[in-house]
Design a protein. Sequence first.
Lengths: 379, 301
Amino acid sequence: MSEKVIEGSRAIAEAVALCDVKVIAAYPITPQTHIVEALARMHANGEIDCEFVNTEAEFSSISLILGATAAGARSFTATSSQGLALMHEVLFAAAGLRIPLVMVVANRALSAPINIWNDHQDSVSQRDNGWIQIYCESVQEAVDSVIQAYKIAEECLLPTMVCIDGFYLTHVYEPVSIPSKEKVERFLPKFNPKYKLDPEKPLTFGALAFPKDYARIRKQLHEAALRSKEVVGRVNREFHSIFGRKYGNGMVETYGSGETAIIAAGSVCGTIKHFIEHENKKLSLVRIRLFRPFPRREIREALEDKESVIVIDRSVSLGNAGTLFTEVRDVLYEMDKRPKVTNFILGLGGVDVTRKTLRYVIEKHGKVSSGHVEIVEGD
Amino acid sequence: MVGRDYFSPGHRTCAGCGAAIAFRHVLEALGRDVILCQSTGCMEVTTTPYPETSFKVPWIHVLFENAASVASGVKRALLKQGNTHTQVVAIGGDGGMADIGFGAVSGALERNEDIIIIVYDTEAYSNTGLQRSGETPLFAATTTTPAGKKIPGKQEWKKNIAMIAAMHGAKYVATANIAYWQDLQSKVKKAKRLAGGTRFIHVFSPCPVGWHVESCNTVKVARLAVETGLWILYEIENGRLKINYKPTKFAPVEEYFKLQGRFKHVVNNKEAIKLVENHIKETWEEMLRVEREKVNLLKLI
């Protein structure tokens, strides 16, 4: 295992290639495109033994890998923003059918106005569809999370989305340790689904369910989603034992011990860690790695002794507040001593979140009362 | 006939359903070694009410508009598992395949996916109660193109999805009709033999409830569609057109219209009938010419 400096998208493509993926569906959309381009080059050069299909739309990409996975082949696609929104209908169906897809979402803002830069509106808007959602802080974590995602998805029979910040992680060059094939094979078993489309054992997938059956099946899906949290935690530990890297408890990662906790997800957490280290040790960070299922207990435990909480959102539920904020505040309601909590929505459509931005947030947090919600337009 | 077993009785289609007849024959012709990928529609909701199923072959339904994409994925997955024998089929109604799922169908055709695409054409959104689709013929009354005092039903011609498929350069394209079931079965079997690219079959399947046809007249109406020249049975193989059935004399369009409530408002409208008959004549003559002169349709693309 050696470290090399490569582009985030290339590193993710190499991780996909390590996972014995048999079918890849590709459709271009910025800032995801470099991932499928890298895979296309590997395929064209014979470095990866798979079917590589250029589809006519993201809707078909996700449908195609759904069919491939239902027929027993591990598959992959990646998308961003409008592409993810176009897939919306299929995302619900994939979870409802319990097809363990893995997809990388290079997070990007949603139209309108059209904007190609990073925020989390695309994937956060897909929170209710039964997919597991993992948010990465670094390219290394993106690489490791792709490998983990197949194990999680296939064990839980739930599709899994690895969310990485567009440009900040897709286009950045970072030193990355690409795992060895041998170790990945040790970590990730061969894909051998119990149920698949097979003429030797004919099964019907996707039947019509009347109300009572529907409610029962949806309840089972919800329970499976809740249970998958434990699998995410265990896979994080197993990964650590083989590769020597872990990401908090797999669900949340804490940094620092200050009394004011910042809650955030994605690459902005790197900036926040730096800020805590160099400017303000009274802060601590609770990084949300797993957004779905929502790690309620782990968040509560991480916030137990905090005086106040700042939730940083990279998306907004228009007409209400930041999505992460409303969910974190819901968790705080269950606590005996509820800390003050404010919400700052930062970095919409690629606005850089700088140390200056964080200084403003900390200062403002001190002045406003609990429940304050603010969209910060930039420095 | 053992093959009929693959589509079990007990499903919940309406009396006289043309699509159910299509399915029985298609499945019989396809045989056991098949995977069906179906779009949402009548033949999905009536056949698989959980926990029951009419299908004795592997079957998957995901959504309305993606059957061709799902089938593409299934086929690719089989290839990577070393299975080159199982026939993968995308099947759906005219709404699911020629309208909302057209992009997926076009994508599969353009990539020349090694699958069979079958459209059972009820000339409307039958499952939701007969609304207009791109395949609804001129003047037909549907719930969204009613025969009004001002506007007499649908105002546009039917979309020719089979020719559109052919213009993608498909290996094999055929039209079929439930009244000519032997022709339908032989086309399905031929499509199966011609593996290696996309094969496309467009099947005329009357919807008696939606078309306001007596349920005992489904096959009669289907046959009249061919006898009037409104539905031409043909195949396009390697770009060459072959008309499979040539009526010696076309039956009058009124005969076809008068059996169907959806054309009640135009059955005595001479101008409307003339317009349709002229269209039939022109299309027929052009089709004969293309066949006679052995026009290579692949050279047009």
